[in-house]
Design a protein around this ligand. Sequence first.
Ligand code: PMP
Length: 428
Amino acid sequence: MSSNHELFQRAQALMPGGVNSPVRAFKSVGGEPFFTARADGAYLWDVEGTRYIDYVGSWGPMIVGHNHPHVREAVERAVKNGLSFGTPCPAEVTMAETITRLIPSVDMVRMVNSGTEATMSAIRLARGATGRNKIVKFEGCYHGHGDSFLVKAGSGALTFGVPTSPGVPKANADLTLTLPYNDLDAAKALFAEHGTDIAGLIIEPVAGNMNCILPNDGYLQALRTLCTQYGALLIFDEVMTGFRVALGGAQAHYGVTPDLTTFGKIIGGGMPVGAYGGRRDLMEQIAPSGPIYQAGTLSGNPVAMAAGLAMLELIQAPGFYDQLASRTRLLTDGLQAVADGEGIAFSTNRVGGMFGLFFTADKVTSYTQATKADTAMFNRYFHGMLQRGVYLAPSAFEAGFLSSAHSDDDLALTLQASREVLRAMRTA
Ligand code: PMP
């Protein structure tokens, strides 16, 4: 079988950066990515047979661990009936019923094929419904690679230092107003100036694309109030936080009701799925019931719906989120204690099954603080952990994810690896 290195050589000759999505290339942490041959539970195995405890979880969807039999068997059953119909299928109806039951702010929903599609469609709806053109986003938040969002964006755009991408027309970027996350005064000032031109404000209710940053107490509610006051729509991008920080997403965790919500990741169970939904009066403006156009040949695909529904069944088990949150706390508290023991400036954030690790002594609550944390330290830490069989996201600007498959032993191994790596870094 080919080695990781050999595959990467072949890949680089044929694909930009050797990958199909930028952060996978390890460019910011240095070195070469491994190529995964298979995944099961909390682990990935690369083509050379090395096992990694995985804290990326396919960037979020694998909340019950990889290759869960319940999801896999649902997919196997669906595949037997055909891969795509191009007509409505029953699983789409069950999916819509499930989402609207679990997320009370969502009266109606439209399935799409990625988080990017979900956010692009949601802002088109916001613009179409309000008759306004400007949108507001937050510095360091990532909403997929749609033109309107690649302005001061997070994730790979931030990792690679191109938060505002070439190729986004200035006329388009000018319609995107940006704000610092967790700064309410800035939001109030922006709305005071532009409020009546703003179609919608889109936010990751917990920011997961500039590492992991939680909203300050009352911040999301204050944004809700501002949007209502100025007739702008509040859009929660729950592609990452949906079914991750709580069964009802961040909106349930923080008790704030958005007008529209976007989803991805977990609702697809690992298949390429996204969705957007919200108030009935808004969603009814989408074609064919209304004039705002949005479509998709493979949307509501029967195999993807089967995977997503199986995943949504699993996460409704009683106590699932309490256990996930308490294990995430065990991990972050453990990592903090290890770093404190080694005298390394370190802090963590966490909510539900999502966490962030920062090489700084400060509690990180802003984009500015996140970008000031020591990325060189992170890069060394990342590689040290990888060598010891622990796979963290290959960028200092990504959140980490835990699954219900991570065992006590996995957490213990992770803490042991962290102790060894930090000690080596301290004494180097
Ligand atoms: N919104 C958020 C909050 C995300 O984290 C992501 C992807 N990480 C997206 C949108 C885009 O989703 P996709 O990569 O499926 O297009």
